[in-house]
Design a protein around this ligand. Structure first.
Ligand code: GRF
Length: 264
């Protein structure tokens, strides 16, 4: 049997994207298999989906970690090798103007939770980490430890909007509330910002006058299930490459853009 790409999946909720990935891998529609499912939420229904298919699961309960660290000196709790200054310098999540104490607390508590995630994930070697409705932001501490080869990112996320419009937690809701005529979903590699990483592929759908927020969500989710499979398959075939390109306006201003090239 040809080598199958080993996919780890992180979820927080229902896991319909996870289900699409499991089904496609079981029926050999993608050259990938799911090697673990992790969640920050012990009640995520997606964990049940994984159990049904005999896929190992684990939970890192972020909420409990946040509660337990409250009021305790974080220097004693942060993982070995955690370098706050490095994380603060690299991150693209909090504004430079943010209160330093607040930023420090944010990144220290995340690193504690992320170190626990990494410990669990270390049990299951994987090639690609797929975020499928994982509602936590990953910080540079975690990302650098997964993307050990900077030229080959290997964390993918699916976002329920046509990025860069409507990043954040409610892409379909924001699209609908804005009155957009077109909605969509995006699969991208994860970088140091929130929903900012290089875009792999997007799919769009029309929003008609009789659509409701629920029908918009339905339309979007259906597209997501296909889009994620396509992107995972492209990764499995080794066809994705992130390249930096520069272009210059007539007035001489230079821009940099990161593009995911898809080999034919
Ligand atoms: C999807 O809309 C995804 O784009 C977003 O969270 C939702 C997860 O849905 N990030 P499910 O858990 O895969 O059903």
């Amino acid at each position: 049997m040809a080598h199958k790409t080993r996919v780890g999946v992180l979820i927080s909720g229902g896991g319909t994207n996870l289900q699409a990935i499991i089904d496609a891998s079981k029926s050999n529609r993608i050259d990938a298999r799911v090697v673990f499912v992790g969640s920050d939420n012990p009640k995520a229904y997606g964990l049940k989906r994984a159990h049904k298919h005999g896929i190992p699961t684990f939970v890192i309960d972020y909420e409990t970690i946040m509660k337990e660290t409250r009021g305790r000196p974080l220097e004693d709790l942060v993982p070995e090798g955690f370098d706050l200054e490095r994380v603060l310098a690299g991150q693209d999540l909090l504004h430079a103007s943010s209160n330093r104490m607040k930023a420090q607390r944010y990144f220290c508590t995340r690193a504690i939770a992320e170190a626990a995630l990494l410990r669990e994930m270390a049990t299951y070697p994987f090639d690609l980490l797929v975020l499928a409705g994982f509602m936590r932001i990953l910080t540079p501490y975690f990302i650098d430890r997964v993307n050990t080869d900077p030229s080959q990112p290997r964390i993918m996320n699916i976002h329920p909007a046509l990025l860069p419009s409507f990043p954040g937690v409610d892409g379909y809701g924001d699209t609908y509330r804005y009155g957009c005529k077109v909605g969509g979903c995006t699969v991208h590699f994860v970088d140091y910002g929130e929903d900012t990483g290089p875009i792999i592929r997007q799919k769009a759908f029309e929003i008609t006058p009789d659509d409701t927020i629920d029908t918009v969500r339905e339309k979007g989710l259906k597209l997501e299930w296909h889009l994620y499979l396509e992107c995972i398959q492209l990764f499995a075939e080794g066809r994705l490459r992130v390249v930096s390109k520069t272009y210059t306006l007539e007035n001489g201003t230079e821009f940099n853009r990161k593009v995911v090239e898809i080999a034919t």
